[in-house]
Write a protein that binds this ligand. Structure first.
Ligand code: Z5A
Length: 222
């Protein structure tokens, strides 16, 4: 793979979408990127994924989605996303920014729903064909604060409505993943104002890009 995959992770309301947009604007306006840059997300990064996202997040009092069905739907979304979007982009040399990836499944379906972690790791492996992020930015935020941000936006989706204990288990999942994957996952304190968080992300990403051989010299070609 010639490109790089940078993933944003965290609980609801952590600020992933906000910070991803800010990073894109910063990268586009800085001298770093003479290479193609794209943004995507899971679930919902492909046409098939958009349908799965709708099914996963809608509220249907008539039929609850079972935990295992939910797991397989996220895996199906990922398999399609990796095969038809991520791998082709990365092989062209693109820098891909992705809102959520494999760690979300471990945190939500593993720690949150208590499904078997080994099974989830195997499913992630099958769905990705072994593709991993080059850098994951984990926005670590107090659970109550994240949920309050989301609630202040209005209506909550199916997963956002899960109880506080569920979200705390998910948070614990991200914390343990960060602890055991220190070279891939970087913790960022998300309990700060948007500008402070964005500044730290820019510092981390610019260092990584330099380490990967991307120059911020405006005359340099990658
Ligand atoms: N899910 C799963 O279970 N398993 C999986 O494998 C995958 C996903 C891949 C959809 O994800 C759901 O799928 C998700 C996990 C599950 N659970 N739910 N629900 P999603 O990423 O599309 O949805 P989300 O995580 O709920 O997105 P979100 O609520 O929009 O969170 P966010 O993107 O991290 O936050 P944001 O949109 O940038 O900000 C939220 C609000 O806070 C907004 O009003 C901002 O203006 C505000 N904000 C942002 N930053 C700040 C700061 N620093 N201070 C104050 N206010 C802020």
């Amino acid at each position: 793979m010639k490109g790089k995959l940078i993933v944003f992770e965290g609980i609801e309301g952590a600020g992933k979408t906000t910070q991803m947009q800010r990073l894109i604007h910063w990268l586009q306006s800085s001298c770093f990127l003479k290479v193609r840059l794209v943004a995507t997300r899971e679930p919902g990064g492909t046409e098939l994924g958009k349908g799965l996202r709708h099914l996963l997040l809608k509220q249907d009092p008539e039929e609850l989605v079972s935990d295992r069905a939910e797991l397989f739907m996220y895996a199906a979304d990922r398999a399609q996303h990796v095969e038809t979007f991520l791998k082709p982009e990365l092989s062209k040399g693109t820098i891909v920014l992705c809102d959520r990836f494999t760690d979300s499944t471990i945190a939500y379906q593993g720690y949150g729903r208590n499904l078997n972690l080994n099974l989830i790791k195997q499913l992630n492996e099958i769905a990705t064909g072994g593709l991993q992020s080059d850098l994951t930015l984990w926005l670590d935020i107090n659970v109550e604060a994240g949920l309050a941000r989301v609630k202040s936006r209005g209506e909550c989706d199916r997963i956002e409505q899960a109880d506080l204990k569920f979200h705390k288990r998910v948070q614990q999942g991200f914390a343990e993943l960060a602890e055991s994957n220190k070279s891939r996952i970087v913790r960022i304190n998300g309990d700060r104002n948007e500008d402070e968080v964005a500044q730290e992300i820019q510092t981390i990403v610019s260092r990584k890009l330099e380490a990967w051989g991307y120059s911020n010299n405006p005359n340099a070609e990658k």
